[in-house]
Design a protein around this ligand. Structure first.
Ligand code: PMP
Length: 407
């Protein structure tokens, strides 16, 4: 922790110098979206100022340059998650679009009525609704593996759901509502023992830990660029090449074809088969800059720093009477979901905002998790690589003052 360059990191994020309601900004809504380092902002400005054109189409110099930069970002993503080939990296708008792609393309082409898809009780709506839509369309069945009161997957119950009819497991690597890090190695081993492919929703995991898709041996991995310090409108689907090859295109249009006549169209190869239309060119290049940035600091260093921060925040929270932590998994990333006795989470969010503290209050796109705990919403402080103990102190001080006045 002593060698972690926190001052330099904070200086790299211009927005952290902002004031909100005349107070220094304390930004603790990172699970919703992270702030951007200057390197990412500069990268986008540079593209639009000097290197912008549409990609994969023009023979002119700018188009070639933009294409090279775009494809270099693909190579960076490939290295970042240790995929085997750039063909396995599909650029999309976000984790949501990536899961919808798998549901509509893999789901519709490989699954049949009566086949089962197993998810968990702690999923984000993005990893529930696309499967429900598929079930409505083709008659597949959604099975939900339960969790315990701590917000941990009950592994034995999960395993019991894996049967002859199970054709896919789709599960969060890390929960956005609770912070739980799921035992994905065990999950994948159990599913693969029955030849069931596994999709991991890595939207929350990728900003907080090193991910190696080959070591995990997951079949699909999805994440969003904006949570990884990159631009919004960017996301990634990783899929094993053989699976992606066998899947039909998700959308049709320019860039995803080889030949088109009115009678018949043939499709481009991977990864372009799944990238119809003009993508978020400058933003994807910006995602590459974000990956360079976090890689230079080191995902292991970020994970270790955030683990200490979470431990500190948890210890402080446990000492506050009337503050209840929601989600106390043994394996947990930097998320502190909580309620305060007698104060609605939305009021917590509004009142902390008046102190310059940005947290999220709501159902966190995980309504079934709220139902499980019997609460309408929680307040959630979520940490990133640039947060500090001092900010945790400001948060806890703010919470104590709320309890004193309203609790
Ligand atoms: N899964 C999880 C676990 C998430 O936290 C989120 C974003 N809150 C998503 C999926 C969806 O990501 P996006 O909105 O960027 O597509």
């Amino acid at each position: 922790m002593t060698t972690y360059p926190i001052d330099q990191i904070r200086a790299d994020f211009p927005i952290l110098g902002e004031t909100v309601r005349n107070k220094p900004l304390v930004y603790l809504d990172n699970a919703a979206s992270c702030q951007k380092p200057q390197a990412v902002i500069d990268s986008i400005v540079h593209v639009y100022s000097h290197e912008y054109a549409n990609i994969h189409r023009g023979v002119h110099t700018l188009s070639v340059k933009a294409t090279d930069r775009f494809e270099a970002a693909r190579e960076k993503v490939k290295r970042f998650i240790n995929a085997g080939s750039e063909k396995e990296i599909i650029f999309l708008r976000g984790a949501t679009e990536a899961i919808n792609l798998v549901a509509q393309s893999f789901g519709k082409s490989q699954l049949q009525a009566g086949d089962e898809i197993v998810i968990s009780a702690m999923e984000h709506h993005a990893n529930i609704v696309p499967w429900q839509m598929l079930c409505q369309q083709i008659g597949t069945v959604l099975k939900v593996a339960p969790m315990n009161q701590k917000g941990e997957l009950i592994f034995e119950e999960f395993e019991k759901l894996l049967g002859d009819k199970t054709k896919l497991v789709a599960i969060a690597h890390m929960s956005n509502a609770l912070g739980t890090i799921n035992p994905v190695e065990k999950i994948i081993a159990a599913a693969h023992a029955k030849n069931i492919p596994v999709l991991l929703d890595g939207a929350q995991a990728t900003p907080h830990m090193a991910v190696d898709v080959q070591a995990l041996d997951c079949d699909f991995y999805v994440f969003s660029g904006h949570k990884l310090y990159g631009p919004s409108g960017t996301g990634v689907l990783y899929g094993k090449q053989a699976l992606l090859e066998a899947m039909p295109p998700y959308q049709g249009g320019g860039d995803m074809i080889r030949t088109v006549t009115f009678e018949k169209t043939t499709y481009a190869g991977l990864p372009h088969k799944f990238e119809a239309g003009t993508p978020a060119i400058a933003e994807i290049i910006g995602l590459g800059a974000a990956i360079d940035y976090v890689s230079a600091i080191g995902m292991e260093n970020i994970a270790a720093y955030e683990a200490e921060l979470l431990a500190y925040a948890t210890e402080q929270a446990e000492q506050i009477k009337g503050m209840n932590i929601v989600g106390q998994a043994a394996e947990k990333g930097g998320i502190l979901s909580f309620t305060l006795d007698h104060i609605h989470p939305h009021d917590i969010g509004t009142m902390l905002d008046s102190l310059g503290i940005a947290i999220r209050a709501g159902h966190h796109c995980a309504m079934p998790v709220m139902d499980f705990y019997g609460v309408p919403a929680t307040a959630r402080a979520s940490f990133a690589m640039y947060n500090t103990r001092e900010e945790v102190d400001i948060l806890m001080q703010g919470i104590k003052s709320l309890i004193e006045v309203f609790g």
